[in-house]
Design a binder for this molecule. Structure first.
Ligand code: SF4
Ligand code: SF4
Length: 314
């Protein structure tokens, strides 16, 4: 089978699996300079894992010797509500309101690898879903999945940015797609909407000032500047994506990533009063468990307005 026919067959398989987009990039080193500059400025904060193996992170050829192509896929999660909730609601990033996406993405990519094994026997593949150090956005851009918006997330002109990425690095010589042009233009809504100044310039995120980093990655006590600045977010933050005009018509999510009942608009007071048992019952199997009950308790109390803190015992 011709390489371009293989990609067409993979794309058809992906569509049947509910994968919104599939693109192919040449397996080349990408964005190493940008990564090095970000790390050198300390903008990764305490995410030490980001500084590990930068050469591997930038170059899929180091992840899988002999790699010829990177297949990127995008799977939509739920686009959530358009209107902001009242201040008594705990805001959870849209991608985290459902079952953990890692298992789904891994299962979908496994199906694509099985298909590829049949179409191009004798090649090797490696699946990446946050499990291997790879600068996935850089490869997704090269694969034509979207462009990196000024808020640093990947954006597609017809599908916005509410999607998750996964990759297959392969030794099969598949033809690359054309990278997509940047459509941000003069827009700066995401920069203006960020309440903490974490977007220090277009395409430049200082994680140390980001609500998402504070609520998910930061261990121990919250830094002083975070207290009173969570704007109701207890796990992640979507504010810079909510204002993006390309998310106005974001499609519905993959059916396996439907939000769990009670996680779209949970009451902060109820969460602040959660026991270890009720926390487990509510969040088991979601990305939120990554933060753990103690850290989430810290976030619930920090995000809660005074009246809620009193009610929740904080
Ligand atoms: S996720 Fe929130 S805090 Fe972080 S850059 Fe976007 S708007 Fe700012
Ligand atoms: S809000 Fe505007 S500047 Fe930001 S990513 Fe969307 S289009 Fe680009």
């Amino acid at each position: 089978m011709e390489p371009k026919e293989i990609v067409a067959a993979l794309r058809a398989e992906a569509a049947a699996l509910g994968i919104a987009r599939l693109g192919v990039a040449r397996a080349a080193a990408r964005d190493r300079d940008r990564l090095d500059a970000w790390l050198a400025a300390g903008r990764h904060g305490a995410m030490a894992y980001m500084a590990r193996e930068p050469a591997v992170r930038a170059d899929p050829g180091r992840l899988l010797p002999g790699a010829r192509a990177v297949i990127s896929v995008a799977v939509h999660h739920d686009p959530g509500e358009a209107a902001p909730p009242p201040p008594t609601v705990a805001r959870i990033a849209r991608y985290a309101r459902s079952d953990d996406y890692h298992r789904l993405l891994h299962r979908l990519l496994r199906r694509l690898v099985d298909r590829l094994d049949g179409l191009a026997p004798g090649h090797r593949q490696r699946i990446c879903v946050d499990t291997a150090p790879l600068l996935e956005r850089a490869h997704a851009v090269a694969a034509g999945i979207g462009w990196i918006g000024k808020h640093t997330c990947l954006v597609h002109p017809h599908a916005g940015s509410y999607f998750l990425l996964g990759e297959i690095v392969t030794t099969a010589p598949l033809p690359a797609n054309t990278p997509m042009a940047d459509h941000c233009g003069t827009c700066r809504r995401c920069l203006d909407a960020c309440p903490t100044g974490a977007l220090v310039a277009p395409h430049e995120l200082d994680a140390r000032r980001c609500i998402s980093y504070w609520t998910i990655e930061h261990r121990g006590d919250l830094p002083a500047e975070a207290k009173g600045s969570l704007h109701g977010w207890v796990f992640g933050c979507d504010l810079c994506q909510e204002v993006c005009p390309f998310n106005r018509f974001a499609p519905t999510g993959h059916p396996d990533l439907a939000p769990r009942p009670g996680l779209e608009r949970p009451e902060l007071a109820a969460l602040a009063a959660a026991t270890a048992q009720s926390f487990k019952g509510q969040f088991r199997g979601t990305p939120v468990v990554r933060a753990g009950k103690q850290q989430m308790g810290r976030n619930f109390l920090a995000a809660a307005p005074a009246a809620v803190k009193k009610y929740g015992g904080g």
